[in-house]
Write a protein that binds this ligand. Sequence first.
Ligand SMILES: Nc1ncnc2c1ncn2[C@@H]1O[C@H](COP(=O)(O)OP(=O)(O)OP(=O)(O)O)[C@@H](O)[C@H]1O
Ligand SMILES: [Mg+2]
Length: 464
Amino acid sequence: MSKNINDKLADLLLYYRNNPIDAIEQLFGVTLDDQQKNLVRCSTKQHSRVACKSSQGSGKTFTLVCISMYLLLVEEDCRILMTAPSSQLLSRVFHSEFLKLHAKLPKVFQDFFEILKESVYIKGRPYQILNMVTGSPSNLTSLQGGHSHSYHVLMDEANGISEEVFDTLLGTLGASHRTSFIMTANPVQNHGRFFEIFAKDNPRWDKLTFNAHDSAQSTDNWIEDMKAQYGEDSDNYKIRVLGEFGRFGENQFFDTLQIDNAIENRLPEASYSQYPIICGLDPARYGPDSTVFVTRQGPKLLDIREYKSLSTMEVAAKAVDYYHKWRPVSIMVDSIGLGAGIYDRMVELSLPAREVIVSNKPSNPKSYGNLRAQIYGEMREWLYNGADILDYPELISQLNATSYTYNNRMQIMLLTKKEIKRMGLPSPDIADAIALTFAPMVYGFIGNSVKAKTINRVQRRNWV
Ligand SMILES: Nc1ncnc2c1ncn2[C@@H]1O[C@H](COP(=O)(O)OP(=O)(O)OP(=O)(O)O)[C@@H](O)[C@H]1O
Ligand SMILES: [Mg+2]
């Protein structure tokens, strides 16, 4: 390479250092929308602190990757820590975005970079490096940055990063001359450091919002779908489309009014007698918990039966009595832990037991984080569509106390029984038993085991 070309490159890099948006657009051959440009602008200030909440799929991860490659190229003595709560995101999404952008660079710039699985560095300058490290508390040592003139922390899906990790990372910035701390996330949690930055009046932070209406990545069709599916007034729409946090404290899973309607509803026998009878069995796991049997026939909850302090064998014996009383087509058994032995015994006794492992994957991962959340979702649909439930105070308080959060993948998760008990709320034994009766809607039966099968909406309406 002649000196002349080197000089030209140096001039160009100097220009790019002062013009980050031009740099990204020209180097990578991409067009940033105004929201993305704003994120680039704020992130490339000398000591930037940026929190960007965003609608789904509006290009925040992409922009972070652009910014990081840009910084590596134009900054001298620069280290970058790229982090996210899951190693999957780092290895799959980040890494492939790096490769894609790298492929778009003009050859002369391509040759600067070495892209490895967990790092990207400038050839011949191994200290000029970007490391991808999972942002988990078990990784704290690897998250402590080394000293360099310029040090940048880029954090994606920041709402999933623990306070301990966040505080450690913020603390690592002190020693460098030029620093930035850039966070992006879908606003799925109303707590944690990411949320606090938006909730508090802290002028140190640039707080940005990407919304789908202004994102070049989101189509009008998608926005209309979201509107139709969730309603403009829903938290889902606020979070996914507007990039806004959901309403405070509104993480109650069942609407109280809808619960009341279902209690008052009195269905004539003819409206449910054609449906199969399905029982749910939630065996007690802890001392004060109840073993609960429930019976549902289509839209009608027929029975709730609670027992305390039964042994495994006694539960199986009760199951025989319960079966003879209701003659269900199946008894859905939560078979995690103690339930496994009960289920086995019930099968030995030739009862139509089906095991449900609520921690399994959902068949609808777009909406739910696990099978438990999905069968609760089915139960909610049932409850809101003309169900007739018993006026049973424990059930009503359990339904009202059911709350949910979103995980980092925007999937609904319900609080676990352990979390619910830690908060001093009633253990949802009856609600869980009813939710189990919806497992056949998610899973088709094959012999005594259940295999994943998505059921279409017309079938769903039949309230198996
Ligand atoms: N300016 C752009 N030009 C070209 N492609 C883009 C641009 N911005 C984003 N993309 C592409 O759009 C897709 C969605 O972007 P990205 O994954 O960064 O969104 P996100 O906001 O991180 O989504 P999520 O909410 O799922 O985390 C990706 O395939 C990405 O490569
Ligand atoms: Mg992303």
